[in-house]
Design a protein around this ligand. Sequence first.
Ligand SMILES: [Fe+2]
Length: 173
Amino acid sequence: MDKRLATPTDLKAADVSKLSEALNRLVADSFALYTKYKNFHWHLSGPRFRSLHLLFDEHAAAIFGSIDTLAERVRRVGGTTIRSIGQISELQTISDNNADFVPPTAMVTELMNDNRSMVKALRETHRIADDAEDFATASELEPLIDAAENRAWFLFELSQEDANGTNDRAVGK
Ligand SMILES: [Fe+2]
């Protein structure tokens, strides 16, 4: 790393490296999930268009808003963060969905699972931060864990609605 970007810190170099790796993966996954939400927001179809179109945008905006927080934690502890779309695609663990058409029920399930993966990764990063005594990163992650759990909850309930037969099929699709 260029020495001019080595923000001074009392954290151990090995911890900074572990934290940066975990946080940068979260940044990459947040970009990937944000993009998938916008993809589904733009390519949604069916009778639940309005409610899901708005919900997907709300979730996308929250995820986008978290990216700067995550990336700047990396810089504050002396690491470097994402520089390009190419780097995002190397680091992302949340997969893209380039299908021509995705049924709304499949969108809801996929986003729910992606948010559950985010919760898991956020929790793992919190553990790394705790071990490193990086309490500031840990506390920044806590509301993000809650927000990802909230998104997973909403999507879970929407998928329950599908399972209970009150979905778009039930209204004649
Ligand atoms: Fe829009």
